[in-house]
Design a binder for this molecule. Structure first.
Ligand code: DX5
Ligand code: ZN
Length: 219
């Protein structure tokens, strides 16, 4: 299996100094995770396309954009065009995930499908050949700093089984409450990409926190 990816979430960083926050983890992290929330799909509001466009120019680290928005068909391609490496939209918000994934790939990005806490993964397993990333929420989407839900690991196991059975090249990402205390069980269940907000930006040395998480995820 490919080596684990650590994607620090700037949701837990100081929004007045986003470029500094990204520079803090450059070299240590593989991707930077950008949480876009619209106060509609989730009851919280963060940032959007203009911020991503500006931040893109400030760093070379790949952007892992997580769209917690309604109507992703309207907005997701703009993030691909802005240079995002991976653009993930929510299954609950999308009528035709395969079509949107195709659009994102045509725009030069990897396509990700996210499954929120209350959504079963089973109906989406057959879509795995059409996406590059499958994101399993290990909390309810909307806020950083929540407690990791080990119950979600059953979904991770199901997805990993299917990826193996079909020999697919899909990143299996987990998001929510990932820390030094929880990352090993997520890796054990089969995740190979890990979002961490509080565990990275709440640490005195964010780059060192990333390196620690990576070491724990490598098995
Ligand atoms: C929440 C976001 C997460 C969040 C994770 O809906 O999708 O990416 O930043 O934060 P922590 O790591 O603090 O749970
Ligand atoms: Zn996220």
């Amino acid at each position: 299996e490919p080596s684990p990816i650590i994607a620090p979430s700037i949701l837990a960083a100081d929004f007045a100094h986003l470029a500094d926050a990204v520079h803090d983890i450059e070299g240590a992290a593989d991707w930077v995770h950008v949480d876009v929330m619209d106060n509609h799909f989730v009851p919280n509001l963060t940032l959007g396309l203009p911020v991503v466009q500006s931040l893109r120019k400030a760093t070379v680290i790949p952007f892992d954009v997580h769209l917690m928005i309604t109507d992703p068909e309207r907005w997701a391609p703009g993030y691909a065009e802005a240079g995002a490496y991976n653009v993930t939209f929510h299954a609950e918000a999308c009528e035709n995930p395969v079509a949107l994934a195709k659009t994102l790939r045509a725009a030069g990005a990897k396509a990700g499908l996210a499954i929120d806490r209350d959504t079963p993964v089973e109906p989406y397993l057959e879509l795995l050949p059409y996406v590059d990333t499958l994101l399993i929420m290990t909390i309810k989407a909307g806020f950083g700093g929540q407690k990791f839900m080990p119950e979600m690991l059953e979904k991770v196991r199901d997805v990993r089984r299917r990826i193996r059975a079909k020999n697919l090249e899909v990143r299996l990402e987990v998001d929510g409450g990932i820390s030094a205390d929880t990352i090993e069980q997520a890796a054990e269940a089969g995740a190979d990409a890990f979002v961490a907000g509080t565990a990275v930006y709440g640490a005195a040395d964010p780059a060192e926190a990333v390196r620690k998480l990576k070491a724990l995820a490598e098995r």
